[in-house]
Design a protein. Structure first.
Length: 211
């Protein structure tokens, strides 16, 4: 990769980080799983592969299709609202009966891999913001690089991989804090509030509107 291509890849890397490093449903879920050390590898791989797939779709032109067929976004929008509200209620329920994280107890009563992956799949693919940010916005920016658009996309996908691995595996450093039930109560309430806020933004705003 020559210097020019490296610069394009770096631009994609930085632009991607600016979109994904934020308090959101997906990051909150990965953080919680990382603290408990439950199914971390499949979760972070799923998130990274999903982002790479969506970025590729944007470069291929799916963003234009979504803009031409707005009812597709409406379907995803309301499915996302329903899921986010339901998951927020589960988080509130957990907060009402928090459990302490004692050493080496992770995985003792962990949800199954199947249920965990279904949850992260819904969080990832039922969020219209994912399509707007990753497919429409990132796809548009990538295509502005013309012949180097796939290099930009590669840099963007690399940022996603680095971020989710850092978040999922770096969360273990917070384990001493979460040996107290009160810490879990706060985290779950923050997760619930975040999900409800995003659900409200989806319900009362037009997801097909421009940024």
């Amino acid at each position: 990769m020559n210097q020019g291509s490296f610069g394009v890849a770096l631009a994609g890397f930085g632009f991607s980080l600016s979109l994904i490093i934020a308090i959101g449903v997906q990051n909150a879920f990965v953080l919680r799983q990382g603290i408990r050390r439950e199914h971390v590898l499949p979760i972070v791989l799923f998130c990274a592969v999903s982002d790479a797939t969506l970025i590729s779709a944007g470069i291929f032109g799916l963003g234009q299709l979504l803009e031409l067929v707005p009812w597709l976004m409406s379907v995803v929008r309301w499915a996302g609202v329903a899921f986010l509200v339901a998951y927020a209620l589960f988080a509130v329920r957990r907060a009402m009966k928090p459990e302490a994280l004692i050493p080496d107890d992770a995985g003792a009563s962990a949800p199954s891999l199947r249920s965990t992956m279904l949850a992260i799949a819904a969080i990832t693919w039922l969020n219209p913001h994912v399509y707007l940010d990753t497919v429409v916005l990132m796809g548009s920016v990538a295509n502005s690089y013309h012949a180097d658009r796939w290099i930009f996309g590669l840099g963007a996908a690399s940022a996603s991989l680095v971020w989710f691995f850092a978040l999922g595996y770096g969360a273990r450093w917070l384990r001493p804090i979460f040996r107290k039930p009160s810490a879990w109560r706060v985290l779950d309430l923050v997760i619930a509030a975040t999900m409800l806020a995003i659900a409200a933004s989806l319900a009362f705003a037009d997801p097909t509107a421009g940024h």
